[in-house]
Design a protein. Structure first.
Length: 595
């Protein structure tokens, strides 16, 4: 007797449905895509019990004839394809012909549809994949799909479904993703009778993104980035770095208006933000890529969530450059300081000038503050170079009095003390300034490393005893960074010199951790490696500076503050964290109830 047999059609359909229908949100996604392909301009979704009880999707699209309605419930039946060549020029959301039959195989489904030119609609009932007799009914133009008791006939699948609130949240995400890609369509979502989303048609993608990703009566602050490079059109709506999160839920990526999950695209967006976003955080952003159908393969995932690019590097480079172009203009950093009661944290591009009185004179107490600052500078400042904070700097030379140092903001601060061995408390005219000692020193070291690398003048220090490290051929990218290595055996190298600022570190650890950054992206080419260079420099800087928890003497603090003058502090440290926090005297008095 043969051990191999053909599966019954019902079982085969349920197995196939598992690839398409993962959870209630998968049903909503597939039905919305069908509605969009039918030309719908209004799509209403209603769910009960997170979609497990009921999913109702109503659209005002073109509708179907009774014959087409019956055919649509057969596997691999589609109106989108007629020949294999059509796969190379897809212009629709759905095309596989699996959605309706897969959903019907694991639920009770009622399909009601009507074309505009017909007087009556057609109702077709399906339970467990078995269609019943259709009949004529009254219905508005368009299509209505009513899905009930999802997974009731496959109880094993119910074990892997999350709680109703979680499933409802996934449905919200599915509707939101479609709404962001189609701003001209009206989307409405109700959950257990409660309105969750109501997004009327918007004039532009930016308006839709601000409305959809913001809070009630408070649109999201997004900035538009658009451009074309190498035949790749990029349109993005970018949030400020302060809006970043530890998950990718707020980062929406689209290819030809299709929501996708692509690590390469995500990495390109992150690299566009550069050092503004801390590693491990992700921006609030909507990024859409448009390119020819022959340049992308969308038929690589049952749920069409992944794509494959013919020229991936060109796509990633276009996204990276266009996002970086907008980020470089830093629109979110160009806003006025505003009310400290609303936003206590502020990072300035340049030290602010002292506020003048109505008579044009400096504020009261400013001259006394300046005098004390200059005395502190004459005692502690060293104007020659940044001294290593772990070593013993040379005694500073007394400096003569000078005019008000409004362009040397950090040097003029009055150092008060160290908080939690991490934050430097300083006084400035009319405000308290807190500085993250690690982030500040890291920014100084990074800036100087970057300048030294650009001029090929990274200082090295030879090791007394060369160290042997097992590693692969990734070391070719170390030239110009202060590393001196030689091949040793099949998979080893001899480290003879390190960058001077890392000379007291373990060579094996430095080589393994730092140079591993260069191939983090899977070796996608020299351009991607070069783009990782600044991240490598940032990591080198991070390894070389003081840490949170280090106790600093006042002389070390003075050396650090002086070195911070002239460094671009308009953003963050190289890994994205703020460098300083400022509290005005007015804000402090307000919190103590004095005003």
């Amino acid at each position: 007797m043969s051990r191999i047999r053909v599966l019954p059609p019902e079982l085969a359909d349920q197995i196939a449905a598992g690839e398409v229908v993962e959870r209630p949100a998968s049903v909503v996604k597939e039905l919305i895509e069908n509605a969009l392909d039918a030309g719908a301009r209004k799509i209403e979704v209603e769910i009960q019990r997170g979609g497990l009880g009921r999913i109702l999707v109503v659209d005002d699209g073109s509708g179907m004839s009774p014959e087409d309605a019956h055919l649509a419930l057969r596997r691999f039946a589609t109106s989108k394809l007629s020949a294999i060549e059509d796969l190379q020029k897809l212009a629709t959301m759905g095309f596989r012909g699996e959605a309706l039959p897969s959903i019907a195989a694991v639920s009770k489904l009622a399909l009601t549809t009507r074309r505009r030119e017909e007087l009556a609609g057609h109702l077709l009932m399906i339970e467990g994949g078995v269609p019943g007799e259709g009949r004529a009914v009254g219905a508005p133009p368009g299509t209505q799909v009513d899905v009930q008791e999802l997974f009731a006939n496959v109880p094993a699948r119910l074990k892997f479904v999350k709680g109703e609130p979680t499933e409802a949240a996934h449905v919200v995400d599915a509707v939101l993703r479609a709404a962001l890609a189609f701003p001209e369509v009206h989307f409405r979502l109700r959950s257990d009778g409660r309105a969750v989303l109501d997004l009327p048609p918007h004039a532009s993608g930016l308006e839709r993104a601000r409305a959809a990703m913001g809070k009630p009566r408070q649109p999201a602050q997004l900035h538009e980035a658009a451009g074309e490079e190498s035949g790749v059109r990029v349109e993005a709506y970018l949030g400020a770095p302060s809006e970043s999160a530890t998950t990718t839920r707020g980062t929406h990526l689209y290819v030809n208006r299709r929501y996708v999950r692509d690590r390469g695209l995500l990495q390109a967006v992150l690299m566009g933000y550069g050092e503004l976003i801390e590693r491990g955080r992700y921006p609030l952003a909507v990024v859409g890529v448009t390119l020819g159908g022959d340049a992308v393969d969308v038929n690589v995932h049952p749920q069409k969530l992944e794509v494959r690019f013919a020229r991936a590097q060109e796509v990633f480079a276009a996204v990276r450059h266009i996002v970086a172009g907008t980020v470089a203009r830093a629109p979110w950093l160009g806003e006025p300081p505003g009310d400290f009661a609303r936003q206590a944290v502020r990072v300035y591009s340049l030290p602010p000038l002292p506020k003048s009185s109505e008579a044009g004179e400096p504020p009261a107490g400013y001259e006394a503050h300046r005098k004390r600052a200059m005395e502190a500078m004459s005692l502690f400042a060293n104007r020659s170079s940044l001294q290593p904070l772990g070593g013993a700097p040379e005694p500073p030379e007394p400096q003569p009095a000078a005019p008000p140092v409004v362009d040397r903001f950090f040097s003029s601060l009055i150092y008060l003390g160290q908080l939690h061995r991490t934050y430097l408390l300083c006084e400035a005219p009319g405000e308290l300034v807190l500085i993250d000692q690690h982030a500040a020193h890291e920014r100084v070291a990074f800036q100087r490393l970057r300048e030294a690398h650009a001029s090929q003048k990274v200082r090295t220090q030879r090791l007394l005893l060369p160290a042997t490290v097992e590693l692969d051929e990734r070391l070719a990218a170390a030239s110009g960074l202060g590393f001196e290595v030689e091949p040793f055996g099949a998979r080893g190298v001899v480290v003879r010199a390190l960058p001077e600022l890392l000379a007291d570190k373990s060579p094996a650890r430095v080589i393994t951790e730092l140079l591993g950054e260069l191939t983090e992206d899977g070796g996608r080419g020299s351009e991607m490696v070069n783009d990782r260079l600044e991240h490598l420099l940032a990591t080198m800087a991070c390894h070389s500076v003081v840490r949170a928890g280090d106790v600093l003497s006042e002389r070390e603090v003075r050396a650090l503050l002086q070195s911070m003058d002239g460094i671009d502090y308009r953003a963050h440290c190289p890994h994205g964290r703020p460098v300083l926090l400022r509290l005005s005297i007015g804000e402090i008095e307000r919190r103590f109830g004095r005003t």
